[in-house]
Design a protein. Structure first.
Length: 431
């Protein structure tokens, strides 16, 4: 059996662990030999178990980050055997108590790291072996392991990871980060429909929780245009539709500018949402006016709003009010949630005066090109063969000339391109 030289082990102790974990990452699996190697290191120098590196990570953090479940289990069992409690090795608060200089760098627990990477097996292992409460296992910015699971964005594993964590800590559903956001806020912002459903099944009242900006998970989903998440939240907790944020915006203020043009009419057609279209924010702006200021009114919208047609026409909106709404939309697009920046909500990029005029010119030119190309197809240069005895009677006279073939190809391309341009222009105006 190979024995690691003690002098090297003591000179660069944590480098042995870290280099070995990196080596294991390149292998398909960490086998039994890997745990024997780690055990030898611990036998030679037990203090390495809780000794942090320059980043404030102890060996358990690193093993969790690389997903080595058997090594994590070994380290946990070794820590328990020392009768100092598992939390001495993985709880940041106790680490900071023992080592005050780590306060600025130790921010993640092994459970948080495993959940952040969507490793449900490792999450289950840490929870089974840990004596500490689930809420102790925190990460940066006050996030819990459930926040981390939402950030993993591994759709095939996210539901399993969430279930494992909820079995041990259902109270985490309403846990908040430093900005007052719950795991449901994170899942809604990131569009994780399945996780949203799991969290609401555990506690549907979480849909009414607000963050420091007084935004609910429904506001988060509406701001990002996640239609399925919006429907899911509303189906579990319809009363959350009544909540407004610090601007006085309800969920429709966000939805009218974030949802795609194709799905927006269908969503707003629902009778249950009609009254929210006329609710004013603290500046007196309704969702209809936000729609008028940010997007183009078209025929499909006319079928929805009926008596409100004049309200949603941009030209009927006061210029100062329109400018103020556009400034609000820029404000809404700032900040970040779940470590991901909030991109500006969708605004119509094709409605300024110069663009509208250019689009009209393009439409006229496209129509002229299509008409000319169509006419040229019937008035071929050289005419047609008309001799009675000719078996090619009715075909183009110049059909065997290369120049004629080039003309036919060019004419076809011109006509198809013009038709596509006209269709695209129509789509921009009416979709």
């Amino acid at each position: 059996m190979f024995i690691w030289p003690p002098q090297f082990l003591l000179s660069k102790p944590l480098a042995v662990f870290h280099l070995y974990y990196v080596f294991l990452k390149r292998k398909k699996a960490a086998n039994q030999i890997s745990t024997e190697f780690v055990q030898q290191i611990l036998d030679k120098c037990p203090s390495l178990l809780k000794k942090p590196n320059a980043k404030g990570e102890i060996p358990l953090h690193v093993a969790a980050r690389f997903g080595h479940g058997n090594i994590v289990q070994l380290l946990i069992e070794t820590a328990k055997a020392e009768e100092k409690g598992l939390e001495n090795g993985i709880d940041p608060e106790k680490q900071m108590t023992l080592n005050p200089h780590l306060a600025s760098i130790v921010t993640k627990t092994p459970l948080y790291i495993a959940a952040r990477r969507g490793n449900h097996k490792l999450v289950a292992l840490v929870l089974d072996k840990s004596d500490a409460a689930v809420h102790i296992h925190r990460g940066p910015c006050g996030r819990t392991a459930l926040h981390a699971a939402a950030m993993a964005l591994k759709n095939e594993w996210i539901s399993r990871t969430t279930r494992v964590i909820l079995r041990k800590g259902k109270n985490l559903v309403k846990s908040r980060d430093e900005n007052g956001r719950t795991p449901l806020h994170y899942a809604a912002h990131l569009g994780c429909t399945r996780m949203v459903e799991l969290l609401l099944e555990c506690d549907e009242s979480a849909a009414c929780e607000i963050d420091e900006d007084e935004m609910t998970a429904l506001h988060m989903a509406a701001r990002k245009g996640h239609l399925q998440v919006m429907w899911k939240i509303i189906s579990y907790c319809p009363e959350c539709c009544e909540i407004v944020d610090k601007r006085g915006w309800n969920f429709l203020h966000f939805a009218v500018v974030s949802l795609p043009r194709v799905t927006l009419p269908r969503f707003l057609r629902a009778d249950r949402f009609r009254r929210f279209l006329h609710e004013k924010d603290i500046r007196g702006n309704t969702p209809l006016q936000v729609l008028a200021a940010s997007r183009q009114f078209n025929s499909k919208m006319a079928l929805i709003f009926n008596d409100d047609r004049e309200t949603v026409r941009s030209e009927n909106l006061d210029s100062k009010k329109k400018e103020h709404i556009l400034e609000l939309l820029k404000e809404v697009g700032h900040g970040e949630v779940a470590g991901s920046s909030v991109h500006p909500v969708r605004q119509n990029k094709f409605d300024d005066e110069s663009t509208v005029k250019a689009r009209e010119v393009h439409a006229v030119v496209s129509a002229l090109v299509a008409t000319t190309a169509f006419a040229a197809a019937f008035a071929l240069p050289g005419g047609y063969k008309s001799d009675k005895g000719d078996h090619d009677r009715g075909s183009a006279t110049l059909s065997h000339e290369r120049a004629f073939v080039a003309f036919v190809i060019a004419d076809s391309v011109a006509m198809i391109s013009a038709l596509l341009a006209m269709s695209f222009n129509y789509f921009l105006r009416n979709c």
